[in-house]
Design a protein around this ligand. Structure first.
Ligand SMILES: [Fe+2]
Length: 179
């Protein structure tokens, strides 16, 4: 039976809340801080509900499974099962490809990535081929995928104050109820 929107938010909040002590892969923030900083960056640029939700939830794949590879696909599938719309799942599923795209088309982009992010890029297949990057550029949500990627890179600031997880409940409910 499908979850209600309230139950879906409870589940995803429980996962994120449990990550408040969990480090974020060699960075100076926890998983929860990383998620909250990404969501705040999205809100500060006036992004819509779907994009803010994707920013908050983009790394949920690291929390909903113990498998270390393809976290973006696990996260997207988890969010689909909870009832999130495809628009959110697609953004979440693409945040690794956005990095592979940017490192392919902007050779200096890889040099600006943190050491941990450069290492994960290598494990994720490295920069896209020219053919793949041309295709990626024409896919739906291209601009939002790149924006999410930029926030992902920036959301690693130790000690930054952000609104709490709970403040996103109404937004997530709107997104779930629109699906
Ligand atoms: Fe991230």
């Amino acid at each position: 039976m499908a979850l209600s929107s309230d139950e879906a938010v409870e589940q995803v909040f429980a996962l994120l809340d449990a990550s408040r002590e969990r480090g974020y892969f060699g960075e100076q923030v926890t998983q929860l801080e990383h998620a909250l900083q990404a969501a705040q960056l999205a809100q500060e640029t006036g992004a819509g509900d779907v994009v803010v939700a994707a920013a908050l939830l983009h790394d949920v794949g690291h929390l909903c499974t113990k498998q270390s590879t393809e976290h973006e696909q696990h996260g997207a599938n988890y969010l689909r099962r909870l009832g999130f719309p495809e628009s959110v799942a697609l953004l979440v599923a693409s945040h690794v490809d956005a990095k592979r795209y940017l490192t392919a088309v902007h050779p200096d982009y890889a040099g600006r990535l943190s050491a941990a992010s450069q290492e994960s890029l290598r494990q994720q297949g490295g920069p896209m081929t020219l053919e793949d990057s041309l295709r990626f550029r024409t896919e739906p949500g291209f601009e939002d995928k790149l924006r999410l990627r930029a926030w992902d890179e920036q959301a690693k600031q130790p000690g930054l104050e952000t609104p709490p997880l709970e403040s996103y409940r109404p937004l997530l409910l709107r997104v779930l109820n629109s699906a």
